[in-house]
Structure formats: C-alpha cells, structure tokens
Design a protein around this ligand. Structure first.
Ligand code: UD1
Length: 349
C-alpha cells in the first residue's frame, strides 16, 4: 500500500507550509491547493528544499472555483483534507465582512461538497481562539462560551457549526477543529517562516522586521488593560507545535463525529514581556511606543491545552525563547522574505 495522501488547502501559507514539511517527514504524500492570494509558491520550493524527496504536488486552485476543486478530487486519491485556506486578518475583516464570509464560509461549503462527492469524509479544520472573544474565564477550555467579536472570528465559528451539524447527521464524517491561539516562530532551518505581504499586522513579524531595521518601532496597542503590566496577554505557540497537533489529530484516524481542541501552551505573555524576550534573544533593542488600544482586541486569551493532551497526546514542546529565536533566524536568512527566491539571493546562514 502507498503512503496516505493529505490534501492541504492553503498549503503555501504560514501554517500550511510548515504542516506540509511535517507531513512529508512523517510518511504522507501531500497535494497542496492554494490560490496564492496571500502566499508565495516560493514557500513550497522551500518545503521541497527541506523535505528532499518527499511527494509534494502543488496546484493553483481557488476553493471558490468548484469545478477546479472537484477535478482535484477526481485526479488524486485523497485520504484526508487539512483545510487552512482562509482570510485571517482581524482588522481587515472589520472592513471587508462580505469578502471574509464569502471566502471563509462559502469556501468551506465548496470544500465539503467536493469532499462529499468524492467520498472523502475526513477533515482537519483550522479554527481560531478568536472564537472565544472577550473571555470571561482564563484559561479557556473548549467548553468556554464562544463570543466572536469580528467577522473573521465569526466566520470561523460559523464554519465550526456547519461542520458539527454535518457530523451530527452523517456518522461517516470525521472532523477535528483545531483552535489555534497565536502561532508564531518558524521552521528551525530558517528556510520557512511567516512572510506577510506588505507591512505586517501581527506582532512577531513586526518585531523581526524592527530588529532587522526594516521598520523603526513597535506601537504597543494599549497599556490600560487589567493585566499585570497593562498590556494585552496572548498564548503564543510555536508553529511547529501547531502542525504537530494536526498530525497527531490525523494519525488518530478517522473517528466518527466532530471534535474541537485548543492548540495553545497554557502560558500567557504580555506584549511588553514579548518585546523584552525578543530583544534578549535577538540581542537587538526594540524601540516601542505605547499608543491606544487596537479596535477588536481583547485583554487576555490563554488556552487550557489539557483536552488535546488527554485525547490527542499533544502538548506544545517549544517555549517563548524558541519562538523568538526561530522567527529571528528566518528574518536574518530572508531579510526580504521569500522575495529573494525570485532572484536566487539569500543571506548566508
Ligand atoms: C489575531 C487573532 C487570532 C489570529 C491571529 C492571526 C484575535 C483575538 N486573535 O491574534 O485568532 O490567529 O490574529 O491573524 O482576534 N500588538 C501590538 N502592536 C502591534 C501588533 C500587535 O501591540 O503592532 C499586540 C496586539 O494588541 C495583541 C498582541 O500584540 O495584544 C498580538 O497581536 P497579533 O499578533 O496581531 O495577534 P492577535 O490579534 O492576538
């Protein structure tokens, strides 16, 4: 029997590309579909560079193109789908709700309909801690009440409910929703990392680009939260720990029904703590200025990872220093992100 084949939607993106590396290293064949709207095919070249002779197929397909998507299932014998492809910027979603619901919600409907026709009923879904919104209890467990505060988070919550309903009616479906807290860091090789287009919105790529001198200082959004230093607290998690969670969920096999798990470390870090750790690890001072709160931000999100530990045998292994070190390593090797792949230049290791 050949290797199992995973279809990875959004496989050229930040988490998707790291997931491909992990799957290939663990005996899976991988078929990526991506429309490259917010990612670069160069990321998949890097996946190949890391993975050597692994079996990776890359296809430029938009999930909203139903016939193209269906033909992927016709051409490849897919065992399981890992669905990353989605819009994911909270602030952007406040300005473009229609686009977010179309891409994220219509996208999952197209995907499950194509899967259904092809009789592939095993799905790992990329969900988000943003579903919890203004958390009333910390740490958050999977049974904490959802209260999404922006169209991005709402779209993820809607998708979870669609998938849960499908599983409740059709016991031949198996769906695992993984709620990521704040994935950061990079592959330890420094070949693969987070390479947002334009000026980053998320904090770790901002810190990397400030340390590298591409940006001048960090705006710290709010210092009047009810937290020990007044800045917002998040549960940062290394991207390689996140993708290991996917593989463990996948290796558990196709168990009937819908399940959801938090993927976080259980450790909360404030914005100022993170700035401090990043400066210590990189050896570069990070200038910052405290400004007003960012609309849509919440004070604190920290996971209880206990359910994933109990049922998937998963726990995050990497700490905040590992996250900062690997993000900084990627930045140093790729000062302009994957752009260098176009010219073939890369900074020496
Ligand atoms: C958000 C989502 C999360 C999603 C992630 C990736 C929420 C609650 N969380 O995380 O689900 O996976 O985006 O898109 O919606 N910060 C600054 N200055 C900056 C940038 C950020 O102080 O210039 C602070 C933010 O206020 C926040 C922390 O850094 O407290 C992390 O921000 P960010 O990296 O943008 O992620 P979240 O908004 O927490």
């Amino acid at each position: 029997m050949g290797n199992p084949t995973a279809l990875v939607t959004g496989g050229a993106g930040f988490i998707g590309s790291h997931c491909c590396v992990d799957l290939l290293a663990n005996g899976f064949d991988v078929v990526v579909v991506d429309n490259f709207s917010n990612s670069s095919p160069a990321a998949l070249d890097r996946v190949r560079e890391i993975s050597g002779a692994g079996h990776l197929t890359s296809l430029k397909v938009d999930l909203l193109d139903q016939s193209a998507l269906q033909s992927v299932f016709d051409c490849y014998s897919i065992d399981v789908v890992i669905h990353f492809a989605a819009y994911k910027a909270v602030g952007d979603s406040m300005n473009r709700p229609r686009e977010y619901y179309t891409n994220n919600v219509a996208g999952i409907l197209d995907l499950v309909n194509a899967m259904n026709l092809a009789d592939v009923k095993h799905l790992i879904f990329s969900s988000s801690c943003s579903i919890y919104g203004n958390a009333t209890e910390i740490p958050l467990t999977e049974s904490s009440a959802p209260g999404p505060t922006n169209p991005y988070a709402k779209s993820k919550w809607i998708c979870e409910q669609i998938l849960e309903d499908i599983c409740a009616t059709h016991p031949d479906w198996s769906v695992t929703a993984l709620r990521y807290f704040n994935p950061v860091g990079a592959h330890e090789s420094g070949l693969l990392g987070e390479d947002p287009t334009g000026i980053p919105g998320n904090i770790m790529p901002l810190l990397s680009q400030i340390a590298a001198g591409r940006l001048s200082e960090l705006n710290v959004f709010g210092s009047d939260y009810a937290t020990p230093d007044g800045t917002a607290i998040r549960d940062y998690i290394h991207v390689m720990d996140v993708v290991e969670g996917h593989r463990l969920a996948l290796e558990r096999g196709k168990i009937s029904g819908f399940r959801r798990y938090n993927l976080g470390t259980g450790v909360g870090t404030s914005v100022l703590d993170l700035v401090c750790r990043f400066a210590a690890v990189s050896g570069v001072e990070i200038p910052y200025e405290i400004v007003g709160r960012r609309p849509g931000d919440v004070p604190e999100l920290v996971a209880s990872p206990d359910l994933a530990a109990a049922e998937l045998g998963w726990r995050a292994k990497r700490n905040l220093d590992d996250m900062c070190r690997d993000a900084w390593h990627f930045q140093q090797l790729n000062p302009l992100g994957y752009q260098q792949a176009v010219t073939g230049e890369r900074a020496p290791a």
